[in-house]
Design a protein around this ligand. Structure first.
Ligand code: HEM
Length: 245
């Protein structure tokens, strides 16, 4: 499995995979000093790649669809990229805090598409009463994130795609509202890659839009309904890409 993805270089730790392989090389599995068995290492890699790839790819697919469906929104993001980044360097993580509209767009993609509609099923370890409801021990529980993200009491017109809903009148992010978007679960078992995933989405999207203009192809009807699966994906669509002057 390891050789498919990387060539391992001794004493060069580029990421978690390198760290795990180095750990394999340095220890004997059965001498009692191993922190992780071979099986645990292999399954850790599968977990991280499995949880971290499809979720980001699907988020980017939805983002591209919204960007070509709503060219005015794309124009506002391009404006922000040009003001904050310019053409002489690539977007970086640190730009994120100065680009509230782009951040608001990503929050609205998470909320509107809600493409991880349910959290992973968990199990209660004890009897518990939550908001007046009794839940017995050993009950399977999970959250309907889609419902939270489309609750009209919180969002008003929840079906409309409006990044502006997350901005205050002065153009800053409204943290009271952004924290109500639920796509990474909640509690001690919420997504391990939460912060990293937000950064990835920001850097991938801004890097693409920094140099490329994307638009719908003539005559193509854009459908925002989703296909069901582990993550909900948009229906296949085509995009026209050109370089930005
Ligand atoms: C936009 C991208 C992502 C979304 C929407 C997402 C969503 C989720 C959700 C809903 C859960 C289940 C939480 C729960 O059951 O309460 C989860 C768990 C998890 N995610 Fe993510 N995820 C994303 C990206 C990532 C990335 C990039 C990584 C790794 C680098 C990752 C690693 C994990 C792991 C390891 C768990 C299991 C945590 C546990 O059981 O304690 N995820 N994710």
């Amino acid at each position: 499995i390891f050789k498919i993805f990387f060539v391992f270089v001794q004493n060069c730790t580029r990421d978690i995979t390198d760290a795990l392989i180095a750990m394999c090389e340095d220890r004997q599995e059965d001498d009692g000093t191993a922190m992780l068995s071979n099986s645990q290492i292999i399954h850790s890699v599968i977990d991280i790649f499995g949880a971290g790839f499809d979720t980001i790819i699907t988020g980017l697919q939805w983002s591209l669809l919204y960007l070509i469906k709503f060219p005015d929104i794309q124009a506002k993001i391009l404006q922000e990229i040009d003001n904050q980044v310019g053409m002489n360097r690539l977007p970086q993580f640190k730009d994120k805090s100065n680009m509230p509209y782009t951040e608001a767009f990503i929050y609205e993609v998470f909320r509107h598409a809600s493409y991880v509609p349910f959290t992973i099923p968990h199990c209660t370890t004890d009897n518990i009463t939550l908001n007046g409801d009794f839940i017995p021990k050993d009950t399977c529980v999970f959250i309907n994130q889609y419902q939270v993200n489309h609750d009209m009491d919180i969002w008003g017109d929840a079906e409309a795609f409006q990044p502006e809903r997350f901005l205050t009148l002065s153009g800053h992010l409204n943290k009271n509202l952004t924290e109500k978007v639920m796509i990474f679960g909640i509690g001690v078992r919420h997504c391990l890659g939460d912060s990293f995933a937000r950064l990835e989405m920001f850097v991938f999207l801004t890097t693409l839009l920094h140099r490329l203009h994307i638009e719908n192809v003539p005559e193509q009807e854009l459908d925002l309904s989703s296909m069901f699966g582990l993550t909900m994906k948009p229906r296949p669509f085509r995009i026209k890409i050109s370089t930005r002057n």
